[in-house]
Write a protein that binds this ligand. Structure first.
Ligand code: GLA
Length: 400
C-alpha cells in the first residue's frame, strides 16, 4: 500500500500549519482526532435493503481527521494526500457536485434534519482506504464527518443511530439508495469481531472471528462501478418480487418475509430475472445465519462452502460479480489453507474477502502474483486486515 502521511502527529501538524482564513489561529489545545474505519462484508450481500441479515466487520484501513472547532459556521477541509482544499457554509444550501465533499455536506444536512446541532470546523482529512473498491470509504468519510460536525452529541449517541443519520446522508443527499450495512459497520465495529445485524429489527451483536484465521482482502484493481444505476436497478427488482409475491401472501413486506418454500411455490408469478434476484436474497439470508453458527462452532469447512455458495449465487443469480472477482476467488480457492473466499460489497468490481490460515497468507499472495495478471491484465493488491473498532475519538499519539 502506498505510504501516506497518516500518523496523527502529521494530521495535527498539517491542521495547525493551515492558513486560517477569517477564523483566526487554531488553538492547538482544542484539536481533536477522529478515526472511522472502512468495512469488509463477510457474508450477506444485497440483503440489507431487503431487511435481511448481514455480517460485516470494520477494518483497520480508515479515514482520519484532525479537527478544530471554528467560531463561524464554515466547514473548511484539506485533504492531506493531495493538499486539495474545499469548504462550504453550514447555513447555506450546497448542491451536490459529485465530489468527496458531498459526503461531508450530506452528513451536515442529515444531522440538521435529525435536530443535532453542528459546529463550523477547520479540518484535515486523510485515508488509507482504497476508493471505489467496495470497502466503504464513503461510509468512513460520513462517520468521520458526523463526529467532526456533531462532536460530543455524537459521542454520547447510540452508534446505530449515528449510522442511520449517515445512511440518510447517502440516500437523501448523495443519491445512492444504499442499505445500512456500511455505515453500521463503520459506526459499530469491534476489534476481532464481525457484526451480525438484523436489518429489520436493527438488533445486532458481535461475532468472534476464529483466532486461528487471518482476514485478507484482495483488491481486483478494477474499480467498483457503483454509479448507483445498476445498484438501484437491483433494488427495484427486489421490490418487484415483493409486489408479485404479495398477491400470493399479502403479509409479505420484504424479501426477508419470503421462505425458500414460498418462493419455490409462488416463483412462477415472477419475471425470470426478478425470480433469480429473489432466489439469491432468500438463500443468502439463510447462509448468513448458517455462517454465524459455523464460525462460532469453528466449523471452517462449512464456512468455506457458504462463502462459495454466496459467490456463485452473486455470479449466476444476482449477476454482480466480474471476471476479475471470479478469477480472484478461483485463484484463492486453489490455495491450501484458504478457508473461504468470495466477493465482498456491492460487486461490479472491487474486492474479495478471504479467511486464511496464517501460514497460507504468503502462498495466497504468491498465487495471486503468479496467476492474476496473466488472466486479467490487471494487478491485484493483497491487503491483510484486522477487524477493528468503530468510529470515534483517537487521542493516543502513535509512532509514524
Ligand atoms: C453497498 C451498499 C450496502 C449493501 C452492499 C451490498 O456496499 O452500500 O448497503 O447493499 O452494497 O451488500
Amino acid at each position: 500500500m502506498s505510504r501516506i502521511p497518516f500518523a496523527t502527529t502529521d494530521l495535527r501538524a498539517a491542521l495547525l500549519g493551515q492558513p486560517t482564513g477569517g477564523g483566526g489561529p487554531i488553538d492547538a489545545d482544542t484539536v481533536r482526532l477522529i478515526r472511522a474505519p472502512g468495512r469488509v462484508n463477510l457474508i450477506g450481500e444485497h440483503t440489507d435493503y431487503n431487511l435481511g441479515f448481514v455480517l460485516p466487520a470494520a477494518i483497520d484501513l480508515e479515514v482520519r481527521m484532525a479537527v478544530a472547532l471554528s467560531p463561524d459556521r464554515r466547514v473548511e477541509l484539506t485533504r492531506l494526500e493531495t493538499g486539495e482544499r474545499a469548504s462550504f457554509d453550514l447555513d447555506q444550501p450546497r448542491p451536490r457536485d459529485g465530489s468527496w465533499l458531498d459526503y461531508i455536506a450530506g452528513v451536515a444536512w442529515a444531522l440538521a434534519e435529525a435536530g443535532i446541532p453542528t459546529s463550523g470546523i477547520r479540518a484535515v482529512i486523510a485515508s488509507n482506504l482504497p476508493e471505489n473498491a467496495g470497502l466503504s470509504s464513503s461510509a468512513a468519510i460520513e462517520l468521520a464527518a458526523a463526529w467532526a460536525l456533531g462532536g460530543d452529541a455524537i459521542a454520547i449517541a447510540n452508534p446505530l443511530d449515528v449510522a442511520r443519520i449517515c445512511q440518510r446522508a447517502e440516500n437523501g443527499y448523495v443519491g445512492v439508495m444504499s442499505g445500512l450495512m456500511d455505515q453500521f459497520a463503520s459506526a459499530c465495529g469491534a476489534e476481532g469481531r464481525a457484526l451480525l445485524l438484523d436489518c429489520r429489527s436493527l438488533e445486532w451483536r458481535p461475532v468472534r472471528l476464529p483466532m486461528s484465521l487471518r482476514l485478507v482482502v484482495l483488491h481486483s484493481g478494477s474499480p467498483r462501478k457503483l454509479d448507483g444505476s445498476a445498484y438501484n436497478e437491483r433494488r427495484s427488482q427486489c421490490e418487484a418480487a415483493v409486489a408479485a409475491l404479495r398477491e400470493a401472501d399479502p403479509t409479505i413486506e420484504s424479501l426477508r418475509d419470503v421462505s425458500p418454500a414460498l418462493l419455490a411455490a409462488e416463483g412462477h408469478r415472477l419475471d425470470p430475472v426478478v425470480a433469480r434476484r429473489a432466489e439469491h436474497v432468500v438463500a443468502e439470508n439463510e447462509r448468513v445465519e448458517a455462517a454465524v453458527i459455523a464460525l462460532e462452532e469453528g466449523d471452517l469447512a462449512t464456512v468455506g462452502e457458504l462463502f462459495a455458495a454466496s459467490h456463485r449465487s452473486l455470479r449466476e443469480l444476482y449477476e454482480v460479480t466480474s471476471p476479475e472477482l471470479d478469477a480472484l476467488v478461483e485463484i484463492a480457492t486453489g490455495v491450501a489453507g484458504v478457508v473461504a473466499a468470495r466477493m465482498t460489497g456491492a460487486g461490479f468490481g472491487g474486492c474479495t474477502v478471504n479467511l486464511v490460515e496464517p501460514d497460507a497468507v504468503d502462498d495466497l499472495a504468491a498465487a495471486v502474483t503468479r496467476q492474476y495478471q496473466s488472466r486479467t491484465g490487471l494487478l491485484a493488491r493483497v491487503l491483510p486486515v484486522r477487524a477493528a473498532a468503530g468510529a470515534g475519538w483517537l487521542e493516543t499519539p502513535e509512532p509514524a
